[in-house]
Design a protein around this ligand. Structure first.
Ligand code: SAM
Length: 278
């Protein structure tokens, strides 16, 4: 058995145990798709060692935090999820972790009061739309040593989306969704990366799983190092990102146009978010 297959089998076994899925029951497609991402995440987290205070943010049923806690022997995990039903499911699953104190907090990741003061590791697996931006903001405020962020879909409410759309029009990027999607996504990714770097993080971005598993396959792995020169350079690039836009194409003007013609822009965005057919 290769290490990856072995990891997959073990993660699947832990998932089944946590959520009470019998061995003879086939995992649902979304659960099956989650397994390789969990294997990849646990592999990266294992390298940190120790017993950090971990937050699983936009946690859903908290598969990331709970599976990693079980496999890596963490003793403290905070779960933040705004959907009550999913939070309850996380709470039920947590009951089977005898050696981990799991604290499930129901609410929005934007609410700093839900966070422990000094988390050491923050996980956000498939944090949808603006939740990824909020996790970046919280990381900049609380400065956990490590952040593992896997963003999900890009809605208009994503921080850099209006700016990216405005930039696309300013530069004459074609409106074909497949072309625009890549452009807008690249700008959204750029803004998040620079924001983290400007806040003192050393950031690597790479695939957590192959893009055939999910198009939302990249992980932002960030470590707080606080290098002043690097921070300044990132801040300068961040300032430059939208600065050449004429005022009628500014991110604010784009937001106003979206509000005036919600169908046009929103349908373009939803086409951009649609999974490529092959
Ligand atoms: C795509 S799911 C991923 C869940 C889990 N991390 C996983 O990988 O299975 C995104 C989750 O984030 C939650 N969520 C979205 N925005 C949030 C916010 N602002 N604060 C807290 N939870 C949020 C949703 O309710 C949903 O459960």
């Amino acid at each position: 058995m290769s290490p990856v297959t072995e990891g997959t089998a073990r993660v699947e076994e832990v998932l089944r145990d946590l959520y009470g899925i019998r061995p003879e029951t086939v995992l649902r497609p979304e659960e099956r798709k989650k397994v390789p991402a969990l294997v990849g995440l646990v592999h990266r987290l294992k390298k940190l060692g120790g017993d950090p205070l971990v937050v699983d943010a936009a946690a859903g049923r908290a598969p990331a935090g709970l599976v990693a806690a079980r496999l890596l022997g963490w003793s403290r995990l905070v779960v933040i999820e705004r959907d009550e039903e999913r939070a309850r499911s996380a709470q039920r699953a947590a009951a089977s972790l005898a050696d981990t104190q799991v604290d499930v907090r129901v609410g929005a990741v934007e609410d700093l009061a839900l966070w422990p003061g000094r988390p050491e590791v923050v996980l956000a697996l498939h944090a949808c739309g603006p939740a990824s931006d909020a996790v970046v903001d919280v990381a900049l405020a609380l400065r956990p040593e490590h952040l593992f962020l896997v963003p999900c879909c890009t809605a208009h409410s994503v921080r850099a989306s209006p700016g990216a759309m405005a930039l696309a029009e300013h530069l004459g990027v074609p409106t074909q969704p497949a072309v625009r999607r890549r452009f807008v996504q690249a700008i959204v990714d750029t803004e998040r990366t620079l924001r983290l770097e400007a806040g003192g993080y050393q950031v690597s971005v790479g695939p957590l799983v192959p893009s055939t598993v999910t198009p939302h396959n990249l992980v932002w792995q960030a470590r707080h190092v606080g290098s002043l020169r690097r921070q300044q350079r990132a801040q300068e690039r961040l300032n430059q990102l939208f600065q050449d836009l004429p005022s009628h194409r500014s991110p604010t003007a784009t937001t106003a146009r979206v509000q005036a013609d919600p169908e046009g822009y929103q349908s373009l965005l939803s086409k951009m978010n649609a999974r490529p057919s092959s």
